[in-house]
Design a binder for this molecule. Sequence first.
Ligand code: NAD
Ligand code: MG
Length: 384
Amino acid sequence: MKKRNIAILGATGSIGTQALDVVRAFPDFLEVSVLTASSNADLLIAQALEFKPAMVVIVHESGFRKVQDALKPAGIKVFAGEEALQEVVQLPRIDIVLNAIVGAAGLKPTVAAIQQRKDIALANKETLVVAGELIMDLVKKHDVSMLPVDSEHAAIFQCLMGEEQNPVEKIYLTASGGPFRGKDRAFLSTVTKSQALKHPNWVMGAKITIDSASLMNKGLEVIEAKWLFDLAAEQIDVIVHPQSIIHSIVQFLDGSMKAQMGLPDMKLPIQHALTYPLRKANDFERFNFLDYPSLTFEQADSQTFRNLNLAYRALQEGGDRPCVLNAANEVAVAAFLADRISFLEMSELIEATLRQQNWIQKPSLSELLAIDQQARLVAQNLIG
Ligand code: NAD
Ligand code: MG
């Protein structure tokens, strides 16, 4: 069988390193041609020496010399800078680009890859939050596959297989509830970043871990689902399921529901996206019902965790609102991680940024990139 050639953007992160675990499990089927990282030169070098890609990118120039010295003898081309991300995805032999960059920084490389007719395995949900409509138009225009890696969306995608003729009534995105499930605002007013960084079910990068604690992650996922599956906001519901075994659910017009389940292990949705439409045998741990005698469900507490409603509102208002929401959230999370604002102030900052930013109904890609930058400045000024 022809090998599949992949580019992994954000190779040194949580998704990136797990994607390389998946590649290790299928050496006869998956092959890596591009690896990129923001600044972790040592890990990028080790990955490149193991997987022998044709090219690597280290975004921060400060790491360039070190990576170059280490990889040049192995015949691996090394580039630095943000622009290089858009160039390396164009390498002709690449079949799939796995975008595992965190934040809106993932948008331009996604666009470049689609324009070169590469299939996309998308972990970078911010791509669709910022520019979902434009991206899905490009996916259609260039006739590429957009394969979700986010576990909830991978679940919905799998539930929809074979249902092409059947409209969806609604979907339920499951949420773990994060480390602060059941807590009230008095409790949240004093939580620290080390408490917020302890997720009960998943080990992930810092930004998505904070987003999970604040429910912004689920808000971003509602917007992501809207564009991936062409749904109205009213068709997307969130249900808290603390065990994270059911990864999401589709309900059809006859009331029948399909759910996709499995252990909370991101290697499963990563493998699904990289081997789609095949399901390849692996030796990852299997689910045991007796370890999970009860799977439980509860309503999301959107009074306490205001981000979920902020995201629904941004989606309903449309235009540039989700882009502003995302930019303000990225600034808010960075400020919380730097001990500059409190946990609850994150929602306040996002709401205040949305209030101060002008509204654009049908922004182009270049307008969205400018709005993203402006919203970051507004949010930073609000922090002071
Ligand atoms: P992470 O912080 O662990 O890794 C991010 C990767 O992107 C790193 O390799 C880093 O070097 C690179 N990067 C960071 N900033 C960059 C920039 N400005 N330009 C280019 N590269 C940059 O993050 P993660 O947890 O792996 O998450 C990656 C994406 O996947 C996010 O969009 C997240 O929401 C999504 N996601 C993650 C998980 C998970 O389990 N970690 C699950 C679902 C979705
Ligand atoms: Mg998810």
